[in-house]
Design a protein around this ligand. Structure first.
Ligand code: ADP
Ligand code: MG
Length: 348
């Protein structure tokens, strides 16, 4: 288990709120001209360079969304940013700024919080966004993180969930189910550790899956590719809850049906192997696992040529009439309804 160990600890109460904010945010130069005023005043000021501003917020609660037994704080900071940026990319917009608000109990030292911010700054650098503000307060127990991401786009380039139409091609940017299986491994090793604290966790063969869970990436490259090739998806959503749930969102909002070819759904070999180890069906993990942060999108048939050379893209199905329902064509030649949960009950 990866515990966050520090050689010395600084009690946050010795710094006071302003001292803590200063310590966490003093080294934070702006990357965007649109960031007119960042941290330090009553509010940040952003210049609107494009036609529309896109805003998305997520909240993470310790014990519900993350477990510090196996989540290093640096990874937590990185992931907290990434999951928000993923929502901005899912609108086909470019993220430019974030705010970070935290509520922390007195078990967090300054060193621990600096680790957390180290992860935040690493993500800000990689994804080219400015940290422009936030709020800091105390919590009776554990940690709560709320991040808001702000992005820019031209109005006619924004992609909603509701634009898919019959005949559109259904695509995904990367393999699915890995993050969920990474979490299953971390949970299993946590239980082993709690029962036998001396036992070393068995994580060697699971690096890929664990990384997909602890350090996911948002699909910045896909949005850059769309801009470069002049293609605008008809609908798009990021895969946070699982392929099935996201596809249902697109179909419900677009008033369509869809089918997915089981054999076309990208599943990493490590996911296949680990799913079987846990006696799970790999396709069930891909459909219902979640936290993959890939993009699920639909494109008009005429744009197929334009996405053929996308570095990471998998064509997994097609949009149909609403009356045709939302279906999985299995490799065995059967058809199943895709529901938000419970599709796996059809197997065994
Ligand atoms: P106010 O009292 O007006 O809410 P604060 O003292 O909370 O102001 O914040 C001072 C400045 O520091 C503001 O610019 C705010 O956005 C920023 N800030 C506060 N907490 C954080 C944080 N956890 N991360 C980043 N910036 C923060
Ligand atoms: Mg404040």
């Amino acid at each position: 288990m990866s515990n966050n160990t520090f050689t010395s600890f600084t009690d946050v109460s010795t710094l006071g709120e302003f001292g803590l904010i200063e310590a966490l945010t003093k080294d934070n130069p702006s990357k965007h001209l649109s960031t007119i005023k960042g941290i330090g005043d009553d509010a940040a000021v952003i210049k609107n360079e494009e036609e529309v501003t896109v805003i998305s917020t997520d909240m993470l609660v310790e014990g519900i969304h993350f477990d510090l037994m196996y989540t290093p704080l640096k990874h937590l900071g990185y992931k907290a940013v990434v999951v928000n940026l993923s929502d901005i990319f899912a609108m086909n917009a470019v993220p430019t700024q974030i705010t970070v608000s935290i509520a922390i109990s007195n078990k967090y030292s300054l060193e621990a919080l600096k680790e957390f911010y180290d992860g935040i700054y690493t993500a800000c650098k990689f994804y080219n966004v400015d940290l422009i503000g936030g709020d800091t307060t105390s919590s009776p127990k554990g940690m709560v993180i709320s991040i808001t991401a702000i992005g820019q786009a031209k109005k006619d380039k924004i992609v909603y969930r509701n634009g898919a139409k019959k005949g559109d091609i259904l695509c995904v940017t990367g393999d699915l189910g890995a993050s969920y299986l990474g979490l299953q491994i971390l949970e299993r090793e946590k239980q082993v550790y709690l029962a036998h604290p001396g036992v070393q966790p068995e994580l060697e063969n699971s690096q890929y899956l664990i990384e997909r869970q602890l350090k996911p990436e948002a699909q910045m490259g896909a949005i850059a590719y769309f801009a470069k090739e002049g293609v605008v998806p008809t609908a798009m959503i990021d895969v946070s809850d699982g392929l099935a749930s996201e596809l249902i969102h697109i179909c419900t909002q677009s008033g369509t049906g869809a089918f997915i070819e089981e054999g076309k759904v990208p599943i990493h070999p490590d996911s296949e192997r680990t799913a079987l180890e846990f006696k799970l069906d790999p396709i069930t993990c891909a459909l219902h696992g979640g936290e993959d942060y890939e993009l699920l999108f639909t494109i008009d048939e005429k744009d197929l040529e334009k996405i053929r050379f996308m570095p990471e893209v998998f064509i997994i199905g097609e949009i149909t009439d609403a009356a045709d329902g939302i279906k999985l064509h299995t490799t065995g030649g059967n058809m199943h309804d895709i529901t938000a949960q419970g599709w796996n009950h059809f197997r065994e």
